[in-house]
Design a binder for this molecule. Structure first.
Ligand SMILES: Nc1ncnc2c1ncn2[C@@H]1O[C@H](COP(=O)(O)OP(=O)(O)OP(=O)(O)O)[C@@H](O)[C@H]1O
Ligand SMILES: [Mg+2]
Length: 260
C-alpha cells in the first residue's frame, strides 16, 4: 500500500477557492482510482455540504481532538466511491478554545489522525482549512506533508502569501513539522476576458516559478452552481470547463507526488 499524503489546502484569505479545490480535487483524484479522505476543518462546513452531506451534531474532528471519539467512527462515506470525509459542523469552532487550553496544541490534529496515517488506506488526505490563522489551521499545517495554496486571479492575490511561507519556515525551524513544504500554488477563478487576470498569473509565476501549477482554474458558472446541488462540478457537469480544469489539475497534482 502506498504512503498516505496529507495535503492542507490553505490561504488565510477568504473566498479564494480552497473548498472548491478540495471538493473537486477529491472528485477528480477518485476518478483516477485514488482513495481520498477529505477533512473539513472549517466550521462553515462547505466541503461537507459540497460533497452532499448534511451537518450532524457531534460528527466532526472535534470529538476526536478531545479524545471522546474514535476517528474510525467519525469518517463518513460520501455518495462517491473512493471519497470519504471527516465532516465539519458548527461545534468545531469550539475546538479552537479546547485545543488552545492544552499544551502542544500544534500536535493536536496529527495525533487525532495518527491511526488514519498508520492504516495506509488513503492515498491522499485533503484538509480544507478555514480562512484564518487560528489553531485549527496551524495545527492542520503541522499535520500536513505539504500545502497547496489557492489564489484568486485578482489584484492583491499575493498579499498574505508571505504569512503562509513564514508559518512554514517557523514550523520547520521549531521542529513542529520539519518536512513541511509549499507544494504548489493553484490560480483559481481566472477570467480570460480581463487583462488583470493574465497579469496577476504572470506576476505570481515570475515570483514563484514552477511552484505555480500549469493548470489554471477558469471562472465558470457551473463551478459556482454545483455546491447548491451538493456535488463537485466534476460530477455535476463533467463536460464543463471547470470540471475539465479540475481533472487536468488532479493529473498534474498526482504526477508531482508520483515523481517523488
Ligand atoms: N472557478 C470558479 N468559478 C466560479 N466560481 C467559483 C470558482 N471557484 C470558486 N467559486 C465560487 O467562489 C466562492 C468562494 O469559493 P470557495 O468557497 O471555494 O473559497 P474558500 O477559499 O473555500 O472560501 P472560505 O475562505 O470562505 O472558506 C464560492 O461561492 C464558489 O462557488
Ligand atoms: Mg472554504
Amino acid at each position: 500500500m502506498s504512503k498516505t499524503r496529507a495535503i492542507a489546502i490553505a490561504n488565510q484569505k477568504g473566498g479564494v477557492g480552497k473548498t472548491t479545490t478540495v471538493v473537486n480535487l477529491a472528485a477528480a483524484l477518485s476518478e483516477l482510482g485514488k482513495a481520498v479522505l477529505v477533512i473539513d476543518l472549517d466550521p462553515q462546513a462547505n466541503a461537507t455540504s459540497g460533497l452532499g452531506l448534511t451537518r450532524q451534531p457531534g460528527v466532526s474532528l472535534y470529538p476526536v481532538l478531545t479524545g471522546t471519539a474514535d476517528v474510525a467512527d467519525i469518517i463518513q462515506p460520501t455518495p462517491y466511491e473512493n471519497i470519504n470525509i471527516i465532516p465539519a459542523e458548527v461545534d468545531l469552532a469550539g475546538a479552537e478554545l479546547e485545543i488552545a487550553r492544552r499544551g502542544n496544541h500544534l500536535e493536536a490534529v496529527r495525533a487525532a489522525l495518527s491511526r488514519v496515517f498508520e492504516s495506509g488506506v488513503f492515498d491522499f488526505i485533503l484538509m480544507d482549512c478555514p480562512p484564518s490563522l487560528g489553531i485549527l489551521m496551524t495545527s492542520s499545517l503541522a499535520a500536513a506533508d505539504g500545502i497547496v495554496v489557492t489564489m484568486q486571479c485578482e489584484y492583491y492575490a499575493m498579499e498574505g502569501l508571505s504569512v503562509i511561507t513564514s508559518i512554514i519556515n517557523q514550523m520547520r525551524l521549531n521542529g513542529a513539522n520539519p518536512n513541511l513544504a509549499l507544494d504548489g500554488i493553484l490560480m483559481t477563478m481566472f477570467d480570460g476576458r480581463t487583462r488583470l487576470a493574465a497579469d496577476v498569473v504572470a506576476e505570481v509565476r515570475s515570483h514563484f516559478g514552477d511552484l505555480v501549477y500549469n493548470t489554471t482554474i477558469p471562472r465558470n458558472v457551473k463551478v459556482s452552481e454545483a455546491p447548491s446541488f451538493g456535488q463537485p462540478v466534476v460530477f455535476y457537469d463533467p463536460s464543463s470547463r471547470g470540471a475539465a480544469a479540475y481533472r487536468e489539475f488532479a493529473r498534474e497534482f498526482a504526477a508531482r507526488y508520483e515523481a517523488c
